[in-house]
Structure formats: structure tokens, C-alpha cells
Design a protein around this ligand. Structure first.
Ligand code: 5GP
Length: 188
């Protein structure tokens, strides 16, 4: 059985800074751990299989879907992404506070399945700033960028369905706000 308030689901458009927020949180809370998702996306430079993602071929991904291995999975752009049941089991057996950093459709599905989980949405200061951040990352083609911005608009429309929304104007403030939310939920 999972402890109450031990699962936090974080979403936010590509470029909202949600992964940087997580890195900042880890430094403050070593007891948190992120689920490693499976994806059919190609690894970016520096990404390691089994650490950043489980990088699967479409065939491998589909086989795992057929096997019922996923809690949730989605198509995002051209690729598939999904949370493996085994990841939740692995981190929960280690007694970790579990963090999922996933897009909105998967997050809302997850929240339905685990209503005791807490959902947070990271809001970028503006779409312009978001665009700048995605371009700065420099790992997307123009078509990818446009697709990510389009998905970002859609994701922003669903932000009110989250338990908390946190604006990422200044990264340290944002990390502190998320930290306080997690700490607050743990003492409820
Ligand atoms: P990226 O390609 O930038 O690593 O991820 C693209 C989007 O997929 C991000 O919003 C990321 O949070 C989301 N994502 C990563 N893993 C999963 C997952 O397991 N499930 C869902 N639903 N989204 C995921």
C-alpha cells in the first residue's frame, strides 16, 4: 500500500522549467525520486538509457502496452511516452516520495487512478519566454518547436484541473514554492 501524499505529479509545457525545478528539489529533498518513463523518442545528447528514460523502439513500446505494463501512456508529437507500473513499485518499495514529470493527458489520467496523488502545474512566465527557452535548448527542429508550442497552448488550458499551479518566473522562487507545497502536503 502506498503512503498518502507520497506521489506528486508535475506537468508544465516543454520549456516551463519543470525538470530544472525537479533538480532543485532533489538538492533540498534527497528522499524524492523521479519515475523513469519509457519513450520511443531518440535520446538527446547526454541522455542515458535507464536513467533519463527507457528508450524503446515502437515495437518494444507496443509490446509493453499489450502486456499491460503501463499505468498511462500517450502520444506526444510523433513519439510515445509512458509510465511503467514497475517504476511506481520500485520507488515505493524504496520508501521514496515519488515524482512523475509527465504531460497533461497522462497526468490527468494518473490523478484519476491515484486520487490521493498531488498534481502541480508549472506555468512559464509567458509563451514568448517559453519559446526562447525551447530555442535555447537547441535540440528541436523548427517543426518540433512549432508542435511543442502548439501543445503548450493546449496544456495551459488544462492547468486549472491541477491541485496547484506555480509560476516559474524566477527559478529559485519556483523551487521553494514547490518545496513548500510538498512539505505542506506531507504534514496534512
Ligand atoms: P521530452 O521529449 O521533452 O523529454 O518530453 C516531452 C513531454 O513528455 C514532456 O512534457 C514530458 O514531461 C512528457 N513525458 C515524459 N515522460 C512521460 C510519461 O511517462 N507519460 C506522459 N504522459 N508524459 C511523459
Amino acid at each position: 500500500m502506498l503512503k498518502k501524499k507520497s506521489i506528486f505529479v508535475i506537468s508544465g509545457p516543454s520549456g516551463s522549467g519543470k525538470n530544472t525545478v525537479y533538480d532543485g528539489l532533489r538538492a533540498l529533498m534527497p528522499e524524492i525520486a523521479q519515475t523513469v518513463s519509457a519513450t520511443t523518442r531518440a535520446p538527446r545528447e547526454g541522455e542515458v538509457d535507464g536513467v533519463d528514460y527507457y528508450f524503446l523502439s515502437e515495437k518494444e513500446f507496443n509490446d509493453r502496452v499489450e502486456n499491460g505494463d503501463f499505468i498511462e501512456y500517450v502520444q506526444y508529437g510523433k513519439n510515445y511516452y509512458g509510465t511503467l507500473k514497475s517504476e511506481i513499485e520500485r520507488l515505493s518499495s524504496l520508501g521514496k516520495i515519488i515524482v512523475l514529470i509527465i504531460e497533461v493527458n497522462g497526468a490527468l489520467k494518473f490523478k484519476e487512478l491515484f486520487p490521493e496523488s498531488v498534481s502541480l502545474f508549472i506555468i512559464p512566465p509567458s509563451i514568448e519566454e517559453l519559446k526562447k527557452r525551447i530555442i535555447k535548448r537547441g535540440q528541436n527542429t523548427e517543426a518540433d518547436l512549432q508542435k511543442r508550442l502548439q501543445i503548450a497552448q493546449y496544456e495551459m488550458e488544462l492547468k486549472d484541473r491541477y491541485d496547484y499551479c506555480v509560476v516559474n518566473n524566477e527559478i529559485d522562487d519556483c523551487i521553494n514554492n514547490v518545496y513548500n507545497i510538498i512539505k505542506g502536503e506531507q504534514t496534512k
